[in-house]
Structure formats: C-alpha cells, structure tokens
Write a protein that binds this ligand. Structure first.
Ligand SMILES: NC(=O)c1ccc[n+]([C@@H]2O[C@H](COP(=O)([O-])OP(=O)(O)OC[C@H]3O[C@@H](n4cnc5c(N)ncnc54)[C@H](O)[C@@H]3O)[C@@H](O)[C@H]2O)c1
Length: 372
C-alpha cells in the first residue's frame, strides 16, 4: 500500500481509548479519524466530538463495513478482542487490537494466520515496546553494543492492588475460589514476556512459582471482603533457546508506581537498565555501563527518540501509544516490515501458559519446538 492517508475507525470509546489510542490518531498528520463506535451511544458521540471523528456507530459491524475505514482499532473489553478482530480481518481491514487477543494461544495463532492470508496487517497493544528507552535498549542489543547477551531480568510490578479494599476487577465470573487463579502473570506477564522475547529471542524452557499473598479482598460488584486465592505475585526462570539466562517477576502488590516495568540486560561488553516507572514527573529512565566503566550512568533519551510533540513528562499511556500508533500507521502507509503483531501476542500467551503449567506441576516446561 502506498496511499498518503489512512482512514481509521475505533471501537470501544472509553477510558483507555481516551488516554492512549485517540491522542495517537489526533497527533498523526496522515490519519483521518473516520468513525468511533461504542455500544453506548453517548460514549461514542462524546469521543467522536472530542477527537473530530466524522461518523458515530453503535454497531461494530457497520464501522468495519465503512468503505472509508482502512484500519480498525479494537479497544473494547478482553472477551470481544478476538471476534471483533476476526470480523475486521474478514472485512479486509488492518487491525490494532488491545491485548490479549484471546486468553488461549491457539485462537490467537489462528487469527494471525488469517490476517496473513487476507493480506492485512495486525498490531497488538503491547504498549511498552514503544517506550523510547526500550527501543534504545533493543538497538544496543541489535548493533552489538552490549556484546553477547548473558542475562535478561524483567519486572512488571506496582502496588495497584496492595490495598485489599481496592476492588479487584480481574475475577472471571464463576471462577473457582478454592484454588490459585493465575492473575498478575496474565495481566502483566503478557506485556513483560513480549518485551523479554523481543529483546532476547525465543524462550526455550521455563520454571516458576506463583502465590497468593492477600487472600481476603473486595471484588468489584460483590459485598464486603471475599476469600479468593488470586495470584498476586509470580516469579519465573527462563532458559532462552539461544542460551541467554532470564528471570522475571510480576506482582500487583509490590510497592511502587505505574507501570512498574524494569528491564535489565547484561552482555559481554555492556549492560543497560530501563525503568518505565512514573517517578517525579518523568515517565522513564535509562542507564548504561560498559565492561570498562562499570558504574551505571544515566543515558539521555533525546527528543528524536520521542514521538513528535511529546516529552518524558507526557503521561506514559499517551507517550507510548502515540509512538505505537505512529509505528503502525507508518508501517501500513510506507509498507514497512511488520512488528508486534498478533503472532507475537500468541507467542506471549503460549509462554504465559507454560509458566502457569510449570508452577502447577512444579517442573521445567519446554516451549513448543524446544527440548532441553
Ligand atoms: N495496553 C495497555 O497497556 C492497556 C492499559 C489499559 C487498558 N488496556 C485494555 O484496553 C481495553 C479497554 O480498556 P478500558 O479501560 O477503556 O475498558 P472499558 O471497559 O472502560 O471500556 C470499553 C468500552 O468498550 C465498549 N464496548 C464493549 N463491548 C463493545 C462492543 N462489542 N462494541 C462496541 N463497543 C463495545 C464499552 O461500552 C466501553 O465503553 C481493555 O481490553 C483493557 O484491558 C490496555
């Protein structure tokens, strides 16, 4: 495709669309925001007005069928991501979906294959790939600055649910309450694992331990505190297929601010630490050391690494999503290589599943195609 403009339609006009997705379209000079759709007409109307969309729909099928829409953005609750994305693919539209595409890997792999067969592009909303600090880290790995990569450590943790009276919203209705329900490893792990896989390559095998630390909690829509064995902290060891050693932790009861992502990469020539944690008005920091100068020094993230019009003081959802949207639109308009696709979402899901199985069976689990 070598058009000069892209018509975009967004489905799901609420909090995250407003904080992250829509500012990205507004800031891209080659995007026409054609339509906004929500089953709640007031929300659709309000968001269309705020961001200048020409049309308002309450039926996603109508938005997908609109001939002026070339790219569909799915920003609805999780259980709708897959059916809406498949409808967009079947309609011949490029599609950006919020994560996860599905809570099982197989349907996500299938959706990726369907998009390839239909000749449309996909992107999954792995927000933190579009952090300028993470992209700098990625380029230091790719160009050999860090040398051979020995260790990758990843964290996604904050204190979002440290207070047991802050209503938990991750509970699937009807889920059994008497055994451990994987939670932080699903909600946070999908992002973190995608980052670690993007930076370090395919995972070979994983071992893990998951735990419930706070058993009595308020659950959204239920009275008082309930006993629920929700996993609020997980740790995993990773053997990468290429021999790199990894470890990761997810937790939503670890004191600290959002989003709470930290990646440390240690190589034969150098090391770097990216902290994506909003602290004192700055979205992220990056530090770098070499084998010769082992004291970590701050690395200044230059304005050229930031999406136009942003600074490191821009709130992280907008900062990262403006970058993500810009990459996807430019990939489509300029026929650039795909990145962060539905296939990557499926791979991340496959690894989350392996980590859960490793805990449940207290053993190392090999990823498909790998044997230790
Ligand atoms: N990538 C990230 O870092 C990140 C961060 C926050 C949220 N999210 C994800 O973004 C998505 C949206 O989050 P939110 O907090 O705005 O959710 P929300 O539930 O507040 O809003 C979703 C909107 O979608 C609408 N909707 C539901 N089903 C629909 C359908 N079939 N057709 C049209 N509209 C429909 C709802 O009416 C609602 O207005 C979720 O999947 C969430 O997990 C991702």
């Amino acid at each position: 495709m070598s058009a000069s403009r892209l018509g975009v339609g967004l489905i799901g006009a609420h909090t995250w669309a407003d904080k992250a997705h829509l500012p990205g379209y507004q800031a891209h000079e080659q995007v026409d925001l054609i339509a906004v759709c929500d089953i709640d007409p007031d929300r659709a109307r309000a968001m269309a007005e705020k961001y200048g969309a020409k049309k308002v729909y309450t039926d996603p099928e109508q938005l997908i069928a609109d001939p002026d829409v070339q790219m569909v953005d799915v920003c609805t609750p999780t259980f709708t991501h897959l059916p809406l994305s498949l409808a967009a693919i079947a309609g011949g539209k490029h599609v950006l979906s919020e994560k996860p595409l599905h809570t099982e890997a197989a349907p996500a792999f299938d959706a990726a294959a369907r998009a390839d067969a239909a000749g449309v592009r996909t992107k999954l909303g792995f927000t933190f790939r579009y952090s300028p600090a993470i992209r700098q880290l990625k380029s230091w790995i790719a160009d050999g600055t860090l040398g051979e990569i020995f260790h990758i450590h990843g964290f996604e943790q904050n204190s979002q649910w440290l207070d047991p009276d802050f209503p938990l919203r991750q509970v699937t209705p009807g889920a059994p309450r008497d055994r451990l329900i994987p939670s932080s490893i699903i909600g946070y792990g999908s992002h973190l694992i995608d980052l670690m896989r993007w930076l370090g390559g395919e995972f070979g095998s994983v071992a893990s331990t998951m735990k419930n630390f706070i058993p009595d909690r308020v659950i959204r829509g239920e009275p008082g505190r309930q006993r629920i064995l929700i996993e609020d902290g997980a740790v995993a060891l990773v053997e990468y297929a290429n021999g790199t050693q990894g470890m990761l932790q997810t937790s939503y009861i670890a004191v600290g601010n959002y989003p709470g992502v930290e990646i440390r990469v240690y190589g034969s020539k150098g090391a770097a630490v990216a902290r994506l944690i909003s602290e004192f008005g700055t979205a992220e920091t990056l530090k770098f050391a070499t084998a010769e100068e082992v004291e970590f020094k701050p690395f200044e993230i230059g304005t050229s690494a930031l999406p136009p019009g942003t600074t490191l003081a821009t709130p992280w959802p907008e900062l990262y999503y403006r970058n993500l949207v810009r990459h996807f639109v430019d990939e489509i308009l300029e026929d650039r290589p795909q990145e962060c696709t539905f296939y990557d979402g499926a791979k991340s899901q496959e690894i989350v599943d392996a980590i859960i199985l490793a805990h449940q069976e207290r053993r190392w689990v090999d990823l498909p195609g790998h044997s230790a």
